[in-house]
Design a protein around this ligand. Sequence first.
Ligand code: UDX
Ligand code: UDX
Ligand code: ADP
Length: 482
Amino acid sequence: STNTVKKIACIGAGYVGGPSMAVIALQCPNIEVVVLDINEERIKAWNSDKLPIYEPGLEEVVFAARGRNLFFSTDTTKHLGEADVIFVSVNTPTKMSGIGAGRAADLTYWEGAARMIAAVSKSSKIVVEKSTVPVKTAEAIAKVLTRNCVDPNVKFEILSNPEFLAEGTAISDLTKPDRVLIGGQETPTGRAALEKLKWVYAHWVPDNRILMTNLWSAELAKLTANAMLAQRISSVNAISALCEATGADVSQVSYAIGMDSRIGPKFLQASVGFGGSCFQKDILNLCYVCESVGLKEVSDYWYTVVAMNDYQKQRFVERVISGMFNTVAGKRIAIFGFAFKKDTGDTRETPAIDVCRGLLADGAKCAVYDPQVAPIQMFRDLSAPKYAWDRPHGWTKSENHIMESVQAVSDPYSCAAGSHAICVLTEWDEFKGLDYAKMYDSMVKPAFVFDGRNILDHDALRKIGFVVYALGKPLDPFLVRG
Ligand code: UDX
Ligand code: UDX
Ligand code: ADP
């Protein structure tokens, strides 16, 4: 049929590009899928036994398709040249300087990818936005592509196909998606491109779950989905503060409201704060888009979701410090979990960064245990200003001082030993099954647990002798200051 796609290339072999292309390759054995990156080390890792990202079920998928119809390469010229469909899945961080700093998306990598495509294309291509970008990016990219392509016979059709996978569940999200969203131009060639991409997904996704919209709707739906999900967490986290002040229990409140089918039970788990590469970035991005079209009130509205998240992290730090007699100076504190959620080694925007920094600023010594995060990553995250860890001049004196106060520990028991407190910052399942009585014996008394994810058995911990703080739960009399 005319819908046939023979070869797909993807620019960007990260958390989105890697898993999503691996699943396409597994489900479509008749399509050759090549994932490209400028980072040679990353490509090497994708071609090795130890994949560059941790994701449950990912190895099985990659090992089944790799070498058959799934390839990882740095040879962009060759593979972009041959592909019918090119996914762009490069990083789009928040701009750190210039116009829109701290809010707008940095499209440097995106533009770089577009220029690369234009330079090597000798046949017409469908270019698919997969990484989240501001609304109307497709329009800008189309201009870059057509103005830079030397061959006038080469035509580019742009589609927006935002990815909704969550880290830690990427493979099941990709295999059984709630929906696949594809936006395209409302022209005959735009519709033809939509049908082609739909044909790819139809290999395993039911027809009624593949939605086709115009370009701007697809782009905006992605930003809105993340803003609404984050808003649920900020709403519940705001209520968690009120629960602590009144004696209500946030888990009971969440359960009760989630039973209302109009609200639904998911994404109502109070936490020390949301993290990850998407929520904050996409909301800031949404705010910036609103501002640039003169909608200040709309921007202010969404910004409160981010502000509430910062408040929640700060509130947690203040609880720890005030609970421990208003000083953590010189005290060892065991940090359980550094990743932004369980089942990933990703630390982008993890609440653990702000919490540890808050404790370190008050003189604490942090011993950090996480089953998936490499010590070097923890040090990078904690030592340098955001986004600037790779600057060439090394660390400043005060950063060095911070580094001396951080220790990465490879097992939870030695992490707890000698500590005054345990702070649970990631909801790893393994934290639930640990021997807390054994840890209690090795800790300084009074020994505290601050459960920032509400995953432990708090009554059992109290029986052992711990002073327990659980988010949004009635406070231990010990923690209430008179
Ligand atoms: C509400 C709650 O739904 C109900 O559970 C509670 O007991 C009382 O308050 P009510 O105010 O009667 O009930 O009606 P509801 O259906 O919730 O609508 C409230 C308003 O929201 C209406 O003006 C409605 O038009 C508006 N609405 C509702 C929207 O604008 N969009 C929607 O998607 C839903
Ligand atoms: C999110 C979206 O879910 C996904 O659709 C989008 O494509 C990318 O952004 P991700 O950031 O990988 O995915 O993880 P998610 O499960 O959404 O969790 C984000 C953060 O919210 C985590 O820090 C998590 O711990 C926190 N969270 C989530 C809560 O604090 N409470 C909840 O109830 C749910
Ligand atoms: P995400 O979570 O959105 O997948 P990542 O940072 O994990 O983000 O992945 C993005 C990848 O895109 C990185 O591995 C980066 O090296 C790669 N990349 C960025 N720009 C280009 C480019 N012009 N060509 C090829 N790869 C690129």
